[in-house]
Design a protein around this ligand. Structure first.
Ligand code: ZN
Length: 130
């Protein structure tokens, strides 16, 4: 099996390795990315990594908020949380890890539609007539 040079710490790493044993750099990710993306993502100042973290955090928060708004039985608050989830999800789309952001937007939209239709149909008020 071949050895490659870790772009982070410049040690030799097996190309079969999931990540660099020295610094934890994700070797597998590197192999699956095309050279342009690889260059864009890895030859950049550290501040970009912070930005990436922030954006992917936005995606994760978006996903959690969307789930909360989906299951919370208070449509007015649901709608507000869902809008927040969608906005965070959209900003999270700029991150490389954007699975959560996409999920957050999709679930956020569903929750928003659900909450609004409950409000419009007036069932929200009936919920309170115990
Ligand atoms: Zn390394």
């Amino acid at each position: 099996m071949a050895l490659i040079t870790c772009p982070e710490c410049e040690r030799s790493v097996s190309e079969q390795a999931k990540e660099c044993p020295q610094c934890g750099y994700p070797i597998q990710d590197m192999k699956t990315t095309d050279p342009y993306e690889y260059a864009r993502d890895h030859f950049k100042p550290d501040s970009m990594d912070d930005e990436e973290k922030k954006l992917s955090n936005n995606g994760t928060i978006s996903f959690i908020l969307a789930l909360v708004s989906l299951f919370l039985p208070i449509p007015v608050i649901d709608a507000l949380i869902a809008v927040g989830a969608i906005i965070l999800g959209i900003s999270g789309l700029k991150a490389k890890k954007r699975g959560f952001a996409i999920a957050g937007i999709v679930i956020g939209v569903i929750a928003l539609i659900g909450a609004l239709s409950l409000l419009v149909s007036g069932e929200y008020f009936e919920l309170w007539d115990f």
